[in-house]
Design a protein around this ligand. Structure first.
Ligand code: HEM
Length: 173
């Protein structure tokens, strides 16, 4: 609310000539758009901010936790000298190597982690880039392996969280 008040004050005092070009700025513009069909209420403005915060925080956090565990498991599955051949036939972890369209036989509804239609995730590009950059930064500095204490236990609370966490042993390179 502090940020909202600040921006409104600045426009009111004519210090700036708009609410800003970011998402909050667009919401404030819609809120102050008197007599326009795009006008939103104060409740809608607050709801949109809450949605963006929750949708952007919980989801990417959880994705990163799973990724740390999955990278280790996928690597072991692909490159384990003993089991590699067998595991490839069962789970096909390389099915996405030529993109989602090929893997799903051009049927986009078979894989839609970011939803579909008018409410498709607004943070799709942001979240995938954020995850790739985070993993790249970790891999530049550390090696990591899955702790022997890790228990695989997906648990749905809004996002599908690892119920008992993802315990990872990290060593500096
Ligand atoms: C791994 C990360 C993420 C996943 C898997 C994900 C997934 C989704 C899904 C499935 C929906 C559609 C929900 C529905 O059909 O009603 C959605 C909507 C949304 N997401 Fe994400 N999301 C992620 C990250 C983010 C981030 C980082 C942001 C913002 C910074 C974000 C903002 C939103 C917003 C605003 C909506 C609502 C769109 C609308 O109703 O028009 N998401 N997300």
């Amino acid at each position: 609310m502090e940020m909202v008040k600040n921006r409104q004050e600045k426009v009111k005092n004519r210090e700036v000539d708009g609410f800003g070009k970011d998402y909050l700025g667009l919401l404030l513009k819609a809120y102050h758009d008197e007599g326009h069909s795009m006008k939103i209420s104060a409740d809608q403005l607050v709801d949109e901010c809450k949605t963006l915060y929750v949708a952007g925080q919980e989801t990417t956090n959880t994705l990163l936790s799973w990724m740390m565990g999955m990278i280790i498991n996928e690597t072991l599955r692909l490159y384990s000298p003993v089991f590699a051949g067998f595991m490839r036939v069962v789970d096909k972890p390389d099915r996405f190597s030529e993109g989602v369209a090929k893997a799903t036989n051009n049927n986009p509804s078979a894989f839609m982690p970011f939803g579909m239609g008018p409410h498709t995730c607004a943070g799709f590009n942001f979240a995938t880039n954020e995850a790739k950059i985070t993993i790249a930064m970790i891999l530049q500095r550390f090696t990591f392996s899955l702790s022997p204490g890790y228990v695989h236990s997906p648990f749905p609370v809004l996002a599908v969280r690892p119920e008992k966490g993802v315990q990872v042993i990290i060593n500096a390179l």
